[in-house]
Design a protein around this ligand. Structure first.
Ligand SMILES: *Cc1c(COP(=O)(O)O)cnc(C)c1O
Length: 384
């Protein structure tokens, strides 16, 4: 096995497991021809809602639109501020800017990479100073782990902010007995192929317990339709989940619990083998991560060497994210929490993610671990 090419995320392994079922599912859609909003879409929405324990699940075109649709449902507009973490993927802030509102960047906790509620007042103050009206907060379940919702919900309630949970990386995760999809006014997710539950293209979903808002979302994602398809009652967008993707996701959802369990094994093996040489990721008590990424922190000045040594050994790595959003060109002009975002800046220089997927067997993982240890402890001889 020593010559097996190591994949960062091995989608082909899942394909080998599910191949025949997926081909059959795709074949059924191609045969019945209901490519747009065919029966599989409603079936998947029900299956997703059941899985999460959510009241409504609404498919849409991708995880970015999912967040945008929630903001549209809340009539977010110019002059509004939405608090978002800076250490996240661009979508979280991008959609706020689409609507002419301003993302206000907040600090994260270096141990979990998720929002640090301790620092919310600094972000809130920055919004007020900028003359904005704080309306909502988008929490991100980064790398597969839920954010600190007891404290986030308490803060949102105290400031009358609505909460959107951007769970693009964490569908299936659990926060103190609550599954992703049941937290916040809305939870959004993504089925981009590399996410823990991925399809064969773009896809996304929104979850909410609110009947009225679910109706609004169902209208907004199809051009703002009313009961008469050609009398649109609001300005919406075209953001539907393809029937083909829904059919594929039905098959993948059926094995998702097993895959999540396998991801726990992979994470545990990394933890045990690396905790003495790098800062391994912390999962909060009573939480289940779905391990979208397994992300170490190494000293900033050694990260490039670490990646090179692993590359030489045939081990791919990735940096999520080399710059926090407030450090990126397009987002520099938006407000940043009072006192700055030193933690976000520091961890973006320290993080490095290792190959992570349910089909990473222990012999291949041992090669990754040996290479990582050799890179972090230059004197260590593998096997000694
Ligand atoms: C992937 C991702 C998104 C966007 O999902 P797409 O389906 O690619 O649009 C949003 N937020 C976070 C945190 C993500 O990782």
């Amino acid at each position: 096995m020593t010559n097996t090419k190591i994949e960062f995320i091995d989608l082909k392994a899942q394909r080998r497991r599910l191949g025949a079922r997926l081909d059959a599912a795709i074949g059924r859609v191609v045969d019945h021809g209901g490519y747009i909003l065919g029966p599989e879409v409603a079936q998947l929405e029900q299956a997703l809602a059941d899985y999460a324990g959510a009241r409504h699940a609404i498919g849409c075109a991708n995880g970015t639109d999912a967040i945008a649709l929630c903001l549209m449902a809340m009539n977010v507009r110019p002059g509004d501020a939405i608090i978002v973490p800076s250490f996240t993927f661009a979508s979280t802030a991008e959609v706020v800017a689409w609507l002419g509102a301003k993302p206000v960047f907040a600090e994260v906790d270096e141990r979990t990479f998720n929002l640090d509620p301790e620092c919310f007042d600094n972000a809130y103050a920055a919004a007020i100073e900028a003359g904005l009206k704080p309306r909502g907060l988008i929490a991100v379940d980064l790398f597969g782990q839920p954010a600190d919702y007891d404290r986030i919900e308490a803060y949102c309630a105290s400031k009358d902010l609505f909460l959107i949970v951007d769970s693009a990386q964490a569908f299936g995760s659990v926060y103190k007995g609550r599954r992703s999809g049941t937290i916040g006014l809305f939870t959004t997710t993504s089925f981009f192929p590399a996410k823990p539950l991925g399809c064969y293209g773009d896809g996304g979903a929104i979850f909410t317990a609110n009947d009225e808002l679910a109706e609004v979302l169902r209208s907004l994602h199809i051009h703002g339709k009313g009961s008469d398809k050609y009398d649109n009652i609001r300005v919406g967008m075209n953001s539907r989940l393809d029937t083909l993707q829904a059919a594929i996701l039905m098959e993948k959802l059926a094995i998702y619990d097993d895959e999540i369990a396998k991801r726990q094994d992979v994470a545990r093996r990394y933890d045990e083998a690396l905790k003495d040489v790098a800062i391994t990721p912390l999962v909060m008590k009573d939480c289940l991560s779905v391990w979208a990424q397994y992300t170490l922190r190494v000293p900033a000045e050694r990260r490039a060497t670490f990646c090179n040594v692993l590359k030489e050994a045939g081990v791919p790595t990735a940096i999520y994210y080399p710059k926090s959003l407030h450090q990126q060109t397009a987002y520099r002009r938006y407000p940043v929490a009072r006192g700055g975002l030193a933690v976000s800046e520091r961890i973006s220089a320290e993080v490095v993610s290792l190959p992570m997927h349910p089909y990473l067997d222990s012999s291949v993982q041992a090669r990754i671990i040996d290479a990582a240890r050799a890179a972090l402890v230059p004197s260590a001889v593998p096997g000694e």
